[in-house]
Design a protein around this ligand. Sequence first.
Ligand SMILES: [Zn+2]
Length: 348
Amino acid sequence: MLITKSQLVNKPEKLRPHIVILGSGASVAAFPSGDANGRKLPTMDNLVEILDLKPILKRGEIEYKNCNFEDIYSRLYKINPKSPLLKEIEGIVYNYFNSLQLPDVPTLYDHILMSLRPKDIVATFNWDPFLFDAWNRTKDIVPIPEIIHLHGNVRVAHCLEHPAYGGHGMICPKCKRKLIPTRLLYPITIKNYSKDTFIKTEWEVLKRSLRDALTLTIFGYGAPHSDKEAVDLMNTAWSKQNRFIERVEVIDTKEKDVLLSQWAPFIIRTYFDYSANFYQSRIAKYPRRTCEALINQTVYALPVEENYLSPDADFDKLLSWVKPLIEAEKTLGINDAFSTENLGNSGS
Ligand SMILES: [Zn+2]
């Protein structure tokens, strides 16, 4: 017996969340030609070149060749956390990421969000605005997951004293003060996950969701040595020893063996999926039904027909494609606030 595409689409169930973690590799894969204006997306390894920081580092006589940007920043911070050079670099980094613009056409980030449900979570380590902007343009049209920011982000502002955050220009509902931009850069040696009010709240949401999760996808996150604390926090919340059928999926261009050993502390039995390309991942194969597919495959040992989204579809086509999925989800009673009138005519 096979679970057909139509059965999968038409029989959504109330299941536990699918958590997706995005690292810098995800943004690089999503925006291979850069932003709407062709501005390149840097990683920690090439940030000095792309943001043209060499002249400033030379001026400060700072060694930068073959150095990861986070290491350079930590070194500078150690010398003098209040130095004008450090402030200048922080300003350049913030302004660069803040200036990035999401292309007008659907992007991989739109595809990820539309392929998941409000019960799921997409968490990003990235400073760039693409996930936030993709979420913002779709959230009132399609029921999509909440997003959380595990480091600072250029689109998000927060209150230093209260767990309140939102867009720039917004006011803290508690103290009525204007929210301030989240900080992007932290020296590696200073752990911030429990100190910074914004990041602390975001991590609490992630830990709670991870404890409950049925599927975990790690996309383009290299788990750098500088961020061991992040991986430890995730691992404790995921708590492998209490799990039987949950699945870990890694989307990454590294060799499978490397990824298997890197993520072994998270993998239950042999339940590991790997793909170098998002469009071959479980999210793209079983959009909005990843957990239903998993239960059928793992608990009932049934094959499940795939329901690939079209990576080249424009917004109208994407919305028509997603409409029958959302219509079927109405039986779950969680999308009631959503009207599918704006989604065009469905193809099925
Ligand atoms: Zn406040």
